[in-house]
Unconditional design. Structure first.
Length: 169
């Protein structure tokens, strides 16, 4: 598989993650989205902001317009989340941004993907394609956290929602 095909495949995973996030946010209120797991633990809202932060780093590297609000607060440590956008706004921002980002990724050339990574990442990623692979993996990890938080806060587990939706389709 060449670099452009790999980027296409990673773009497909991002689209899949979009669908997973949509299902994961079923019945999530602002209160639940901002609730922390434990003292100092991340909330669903922080996880979504953190994923947007990393997607935005890729977007900046490829000249794609990012979300219209500040993502710096989602770079590292979670806060209590009282000033996070409403969950509906986060989801709307995610959907609008994702459409632009995936489209831009699909247009990258092999040379662009082989260019040095503009991001400093923890595992020695060297190229833009390496950075993209990390962001996709990292995002999937945080989607798992959102799924776990659903159950922790008493909502229907994500796996159950997926099975129920598959049975209807």
């Amino acid at each position: 598989m060449n670099a452009a095909e790999r980027a296409q495949s990673l773009g497909d995973v991002l689209k899949f993650n979009d669908e997973v996030l949509t299902v994961a946010l079923t019945d999530v209120t602002d209160d639940i989205a901002r609730r922390r797991l434990r003292d100092g633990g991340p909330s669903m809202a922080w996880n979504i902001g953190h994923m947007l932060h990393h997607r935005n780093q890729i977007a900046a590297a490829i000249g794609c317009r990012g979300p219209a609000f500040d993502l710096a607060r989602y770079a590292d440590s979670a806060t209590d989340g009282r000033d996070y956008p409403a969950i509906g706004q986060l989801q709307k921002t995610w959907n609008e941004f994702s459409a632009r980002l995936v489209s831009a990724l699909r247009g990258l050339s092999a040379d662009q993907l082989a260019a040095p990574s503009p991001m400093r990442l923890p595992h020695g990623e060297q190229t833009l394609l390496d950075a993209l692979r990390f962001v996709v993996w990292h995002e999937t990890l945080h989607l798992g956290q959102v799924s776990m938080l659903r159950s922790h806060h008493g909502l229907t587990p994500l796996a159950t929602l997926v099975v129920e939706r598959a049975a209807v389709a």
